[in-house]
Write a protein that binds this ligand. Structure first.
Ligand code: ZN
Length: 303
């Protein structure tokens, strides 16, 4: 297992962690000042500063992306809605290319309209099938431009509003169906087949899963086509007071972070550990400098 205790070489900051304190350009500046090598920005934060300007700032500071948030939300009431979602996902893939992201993270969606309180339908099987078709269509384009897609399974408490893919097993089943892992399948890289469809593993969503270790090892089972494309960390607080915006700082909750990192490294994951904390009543209220410094300290001590 890599030693994180001496430096923060493998720390990435998901910029939602500081979205209430700073605009994206300031976040990049503050990360660069602290020697943080990677971030994962959200589309709205990039749009607020400008895509080209953000790309330039990333080049100037030498900061790279550990992912781009996010595509997805495929299900819709009618064909026009589903088509609009596909177009939007295509745009997200294009933006990810401009920013040189290693993957586009997908929060796949669930019952359309549920997020605003009024679901257009309640058929979960239909939602899952529309998610499958949406990923398949987006994957066709993403393959052409060589932008891997990373499905993020969300905790089942968010199954109605945000994602009807809720376990790593479910996400990997879909990966195997839509992007079969065949050696040499990619003619442009016969030696090292590219993983076009994989997973973003977010500890907040998957820490409780009794099949977690088994499925992590499945994700990394084919060394030439590792499905583990991103790793998001925070902590699970007891009690958790808000389904979405009460994530804990690493070390403040019950997640066995080092144990789980051991599993993903055993499965050959060698990427960044990306801190993603939505925290309405704690970390979003603190000065950004303190949040970043704490992320660095906890990355070294408990991740
Ligand atoms: Zn995440």
């Amino acid at each position: 297992m890599r030693d994180f205790s001496q430096d923060h070489h493998w720390l990435s900051i998901n910029t939602a962690t500081l979205r209430k304190q700073w605009p994206l350009d300031r976040i990049i500046e503050e990360c660069a000042r602290r020697g943080i090598r990677a971030i994962s920005p959200w589309r709205d934060q990039v749009a607020a500063v400008g895509l080209e300007r953000t790309a330039r700032q990333l080049r100037d500071t030498g900061i790279e992306l550990s992912g781009y948030c996010r595509g997805g939300f495929f299900p819709a009431l009618d064909a026009a809605g589903r088509q609009a979602a596909l177009l939007d996902n295509r745009r997200a893939v294009d933006e990810a290319k401009v920013l040189n992201a290693p993957c586009l993270v997908l929060v796949v969606g669930a019952l359309p309209g549920a997020l605003s309180g009024k679901p257009d339908y309640t058929d979960m099987c239909r939602a899952r099938s529309e998610v499958r078709d949406g990923i398949a269509a987006t994957l066709e384009y993403a393959r052409q431009v060589k932008m891997p897609l990373a499905i993020e399974p969300l905790h089942p408490m968010q199954a109605a509003e945000r994602a009807c893919i809720n376990t790593l097993e479910q996400a990997l089943d879909l990966c195997d169906e839509l992007d079969p892992a065949t050696l040499g399948q990619d003619p442009l890289s016969a030696q090292q087949p590219v993983c076009h469809l994989g997973v973003a593993l977010d500890i907040y969503h998957v820490w409780w899963d009794p099949k977690l270790q088994q499925q992590i090892s499945r994700a990394g089972a084919k060394p030439t086509k590792n499905r583990l494309l991103a790793y998001h960390v925070c902590d699970w607080l007891t009690p958790t007071r808000d389904l979405l915006n009460d994530r804990g700082m690493m070390g403040d909750g019950v997640v066995e972070l080092k144990k789980i990192r051991g599993w993903i490294e055993q499965a050959a994951y060698r990427g960044y550990s990306e801190v993603e904390i939505f925290s309405e009543t704690n970390w979003w209220l603190r000065p950004g400098e303190e949040v970043l410094d704490t992320c660095i300290a906890r990355h070294c001590s408990v991740v």
